[in-house]
Write a protein that binds this ligand. Sequence first.
Ligand SMILES: [Zn+2]
Length: 234
Amino acid sequence: MQVRAGGFLCAENWQQLHMALCCGSNGVLAVWSCEIRIGPYTSAMTIRPDSIRQRPLPYADCLQQRSPADIELVVIHATELPDLAMARDYGKRIHYPDSGTGNSGHFYIDRDGSIEQWVAVDRVAHHVAGHNANSLGIELVNLGRYPHWLDSRHQHWQEQLTEAQIEALIGLLRRLQAKLPKLRCIAGHDELDQREVKASDDPDLRVRRKLDPGPGFPWSRVVEGSGLARLRNC
Ligand SMILES: [Zn+2]
């Protein structure tokens, strides 16, 4: 009964409880860890609990811990998927069996401007190669190149961001900046990962792995509205 009581505190359902248990070498210890750590999701790490829906990924407590004071950079992403539900499915996938964790941002902003937090800011999320330790990832729901991401004939961006998303993003960035003393830089995923790979339709052609947040991202407006500086100027 103790396991059930502890599990319900850190998992939305039994599937998530099972995953939470699997990410610790000792199931009972993993549950106790979740039980102890529920506090930050509901108070200290929540910037405005009334406007940000807290929906931690099942493995969120298995991600590496860090001090929020170490966060210097925000990386802006686009999901390149049709909707938030599919992004959630991708985020739940386990890519690192040793830790039982996967790839995701910390925050997700849907087309209507609603914001969800899937990883606490005091945890290192896997969202950008080489820059995870000191950064936060914010994902904007957007089709991007879906579903032919690496097809050389399909490299155009299919959808604009919505006004509600941009407004919500600027508001979130301001709140994060007020809470995180060293946060001062912002970058797009495409700036930090400029690798090219073989095109899926023609191995003689190469395409960019990452183009998000996309060519239409309103950089000057977001920089001006947030008070953050582009990474190249930091
Ligand atoms: Zn990205």
